[in-house]
Design a protein. Structure first.
Length: 554
C-alpha cells in the first residue's frame, strides 16, 4: 500500500512539473563560436535532449564494459557450472554411499573431483572406505587437512583410520592436533584424555580435563568427579616416591568426591601414618556411609596401629552400625571378631548371611569352624565356597580386577570401575549347590594325560555306590551336583580326587573370571573312610591336601 501511494505521489509531481513547464515556454540559446551560429530551442526540448544523451552514454559505457569483462565473465560462468555439477555429483555420491552402491559412488566421486570442491575429498574418502581401500581413504583425509574448511574433518578421519589399523601413535597425533585446533571438540578432548591416562601422564590428563571444563563440555559435577579420579591416580603413582605430595593430592580428591572409595582409603592410610587419626576417621566414615567397602573397614579398624585386636573389633562395630544391616558391615565385624577370637560375635554377625552364602561368607564360616576346632564343618564350608555366589568386585566393561584402577583396561574409559557383582551384568550366576541330596552317580574317568593322585600317577576311575540306573538320554553335564552338607548325612560318597574337577567345572556355567582349580576336593566328612579301588587313601596325604585346599581361600 505504501508503495502504491508513493508511486501515485511521484507521478503526480512529475505531471505537475511537465504542465508547469508547458505553461511557461522559454527559449534556450546555444552559441557555437567555432561554427559562427546560435541555436534557439525550447526548455522542454532541451530537457528531453539531455535525457536522451545521458541514456545513450550509459548504454555505450555498458557495452564497452561488457566487452572488456567478457573473458572474466566467461571464466566465472564456467567455474559456476563446474561447481553446480560438483555439488550435484557430491549429493548423488553420498546417496550412493548410503545405499551401499560402490560402483555409483566411484563414478560420482570421479565427477566431483573435477569441481575442486573440498567436499569432493570427503566423497572420495568415504568411497574408498566403502570399497575397502584404506590407503586411499588415508590419502584423502590427509588432503582434507590441507584445507582450512575441512582440516578438522580430515583429522577426525585420520583418527578413525588409525584406530581401525590399531595404530595408537597415529591416532594420538591426530587427536592431539584436533584438540589443539579446537579444544571444544568432544571426540578430540575425550581421546586425548584417554591416551594421556593410558600413558600414565596424569598431569597432562588434568590439563586436558581443565580445558574440557572451560569449553563447557563437562558439567560441574562430572568435572569434579573426573578430577577427583585423576588426582587419586596421581596420588597412587607418587605414594612411594613422595608421600607428602600424595597426601595433598588425595585430600583434594576426597574434598571433590567424598564418596570415592579409593581416595578415602588412601587418604585414611596416609593420615593415620601422619598421626591425624581424627581427620582420617571422618573421611572414612563419610565414604563408608555413601558406599560401604571392605577396604574402608580395614583402614578404619587400623587407624591406630598400636590398638589390640579387641580395640579394632570395637571400632569396626561402631563403623558397621552407621549403615545398619549392610552386608559389608557384618562381614567387617566378623573378620575383626575372628582376629580377636570373639567367636560368638563372629557367629552372630554371619548367621543372617548363611541362608544364601557368598564366597566370602563361606570362607569366614570355614575359618570360624577351624578356629573352634571343628575340622569337619570347616571342610564343608570350604566345599560350599567353591560353588557359592560371587561377591562384589571392581568391575569395568566385563573386566574384573582385584584392585581399583582409574581407567578401564578394555576401553580406556575414565572412572569405569564399579564395586558390584561381576555376573550381575549378564543376569546369571554360577549354579549354587542344592540342599537336597540327589542320588549319587558314577564319576567320569579323567581325560587322557591328566593326573589324579598326589604323587602325579594316573588316577583310577572312581565308582559310586550302586544306585538305580539313570536314563541313557540324560547328558553327563546335566546331572545335579551333590551338596556336601546333605551328602554327609546320607550314604557316604567316595572322596573325589583331582579327576572330578573337570566334570564339576563343565557342569556349571563358566564365570567371567574363572576360579582357581582346586587340586584336592576333600568332600564331606563322611567320605574320609571311602576307598578308591579297594585301597584307602593314606592319612598323611589327606592332611596335606586339606592344608593346600584351605590355603587357597585364606
Amino acid at each position: 500500500m505504501i508503495r502504491v501511494v508513493s508511486f501515485l505521489i511521484g507521478a503526480t509531481l512529475l505531471a505537475l512539473g511537465a504542465v508547469w513547464l508547458a505553461d511557461r515556454p522559454g527559449l534556450i540559446t546555444v552559441n557555437w563560436p567555432w561554427l559562427g551560429q546560435a541555436v534557439d530551442i525550447s526548455v522542454m526540448t532541451a530537457i528531453i535532449s539531455i535525457a536522451v544523451l545521458v541514456a545513450l552514454a550509459v548504454l555505450l559505457w555498458s557495452l564497452l564494459r561488457l566487452v572488456f569483462r567478457s573473458p572474466k565473465l566467461v571464466r566465472h560462468a564456467m567455474r559456476e557450472r563446474r561447481h553446480r555439477k560438483g555439488h550435484h555429483a557430491i549429493a548423488r555420491g553420498l546417496i550412493a554411499i548410503g545405499a551401499g552402491d560402490t560402483r555409483a559412488a566411484l563414478r560420482h566421486a570421479g565427477a566431483a573431483e573435477k569441481s575442486s570442491e573440498p567436499l569432493a575429498l570427503l566423497l572420495r574418502a568415504q568411497t574408498a572406505q566403502l570399497s575397502g581401500d584404506r590407503a586411499g581413504a588415508d590419502e584423502a583425509f590427509r588432503a582434507m587437512t590441507e584445507h582450512a574448511e575441512t582440516r578438522l574433518l580430515g583429522l577426525r578421519g585420520l583418527f578413525i583410520e588409525a584406530q581401525r589399523r590399531n595404530d595408537p601413535v597415529a591416532a594420538r597425533l591426530a587427536a592431539e592436533a584436533a584438540a589443539k585446533e579446537a579444544p571444544s571438540l568432544p571426540w578430540a578432548g575425550q581421546a586425548v584424555l584417554e591416551f594421556r591416562c593410558a600413558a600414565g601422564d596424569w598431569e597432562g590428563a588434568l590439563t586436558m580435563l581443565e580445558m574440557q571444563r572451560r569449553s563447557g563440555m563437562l558439567s560441574r559435577a562430572e568435572g569434579r568427579r573426573r578430577r577427583a579420579v585423576l588426582l587419586t591416580a596421581r596420588a597412587l603413582a607418587s605414594e612411594e616416591e613422595n608421600r607428602e605430595v600424595a597426601r595433598t593430592l588425595v585430600l583434594e580428591a576426597t574434598r571433590l568426591a567424598p564418596d570415592l572409595v579409593p581416595a578415602a582409603e588412601l587418604a585414611g592410610r596416609l593420615l593415620a601414618e601422619a598421626g591425624e587419626r581424627r581427620k582420617a576417621t571422618k573421611i572414612i566414615e563419610t565414604a563408608w556411609k555413601a558406599s560401604p567397602h571392605p577396604d574402608l573397614a580395614e583402614v578404619y579398624a587400623n587407624v591406630r596401629l598400636s590398638d589390640s585386636a579387641r580395640d579394632r573389633l570395637g571400632r569396626t562395630q561402631v563403623l558397621a552400625r552407621m549403615t545398619g544391616d549392610h552386608v559389608e558391615g557384618a562381614l567387617a565385624v566378623a573378620r575383626a571378631a575372628l582376629d580377636a577370637r570373639d567367636f560368638p560375635t563372629a557367629q552372630a554377625a554371619l548367621a543372617p548371611l548363611t541362608k544364601e552364602p557368598t564366597q566370602r561368607v563361606a570362607i569366614l564360616m570355614a575359618r570360624l569352624c577351624e578356629l573352634e576346632g571343628d575340622e569337619g564343618r570347616a571342610r564343608e564350608w570350604m566345599a560350599r565356597a567353591v560353588n557359592a555366589a560371587r561377591d562384589p568386585a571392581w568391575t569395568a566393561d566385563g573386566h574384573v580386577s582385584d584392585r581399583w584402577l582409574p581407567i578401564s583396561p578394555v576401553t580406556g574409559r575414565l572412572d569405569a570401575f564399579q564395586w558390584k557383582v561381576p555376573l550381575a551384568e549378564i543376569g546369571e550366576r554360577p549354579a549354587i549347590e542344592s540342599h537336597a541330596a540327589p542320588p549319587p552317580r558314577a564319576i567320569a574317568s579323567p581325560p587322557l594325560g591328566s593326573t589324579g593322585t598326589d604323587h602325579g600317577g594316573p588316577a583310577p576311575a572312581l565308582e559310586a555306590p550302586p544306585v538305580a540306573e539313570e536314563p541313557a538320554a540324560a547328558p553327563p553335564a546335566a546331572a545335579p551336583t551333590v551338596n556336601p552338607a546333605a551328602a554327609s548325612s546320607a550314604t557316604p560318597a567316595p572322596e573325589p580326587g583331582p579327576t572330578a574337577a573337570p566334570a564339576r567345572q563343565a557342569a556349571r556355567p563358566a564365570p567371567i573370571v574363572p576360579l582357581a582349580q582346586i587340586p584336592d576336593d576333600p568332600g564331606p566328612d563322611g567320605a574320609e573312610d571311602a576307598e578308591i579301588d579297594g585301597a584307602a587313601r593314606p592319612e598323611a596325604a589327606k592332611g596335606e591336601s586339606w592344608q593346600r585346599f584351605r590355603q587357597l581361600f585364606r
